[in-house]
Ligand binder design. Sequence first.
Ligand SMILES: [Zn+2]
Length: 286
Amino acid sequence: MSWNQMAAVMALAAAPLTIQSAPEHHAPKAPKSLRLYVFDCGVLRPKDASAFGFKQGEVAVLNMAVPCFLIAHPKGTLMWDVGVIPDSDFKPDGSPVTEGMSTVTKPLEPQLAAIGYEPQDIKYIAFSHYHIDHTANANMFARSTWLVPQAERDIMFSDKPAAVRTPKNYMALKDSKTIILPASSDYDVFGDGTVIIKPAPGHTPGHQVLFLKLAKTGAVLIAGDLYHYQEERHTDHTPTFEYNKEQSLASRAAIENFLKKSGAQLWIEHDYAANAKLKKSPAYYD
Ligand SMILES: [Zn+2]
């Protein structure tokens, strides 16, 4: 057999493999108007609320929800907060994972896949703040463009110790395409006023909240950890591990003022009872 003949035989033998290879992935078509998907990224079960400045019995529901959000805009997508336990900690059998007070029943990537998205389809990634319960799957989105204030990025990669920090979960972002957000003014993600990141520092140096203008639902403010419990609202209770309590109280006052002006609904991300009533993906808010 000549070399050419042998090559032809080998090509034939390899042909069935080509047919069996995975079909090419196409990102879902961009929606005509803004959509908000809510994913179940777990639950926190603290024994009491003392870390948030409350005595026994002062908080009705101690459990905290951990949601992840996908914003699908006609011009692109934004992931906002990405869970408390990375998908990579799940065992092959997919059973729920508990680490400390956190339990996650569903990994994030399959929840995205269920509505047609792969991590590589996500244009922007942003976190309310760097704490472990908001950044667990950050490495998954290293190909996205990261929207972060300088002060937050600095503490994330600082050599000095910082509260509730798990750098291994977001290390891959160090080399990601990054847009540094202004420290004290709003950032309009898609340039049409429907998706706005607002600075709300204090909980961490660059803590921020997300304002969305949805056509049917109306305006929504996804508040990160500006509050953890409804009971914190209109009090001066802040977590014991707050980066800057005075700054947090000032941020809360500014955001409360903004809520009045804009008429936006306040979504406290960790509010367990409120989260239970939210539509979860594949359903969405528009
Ligand atoms: Zn949190």
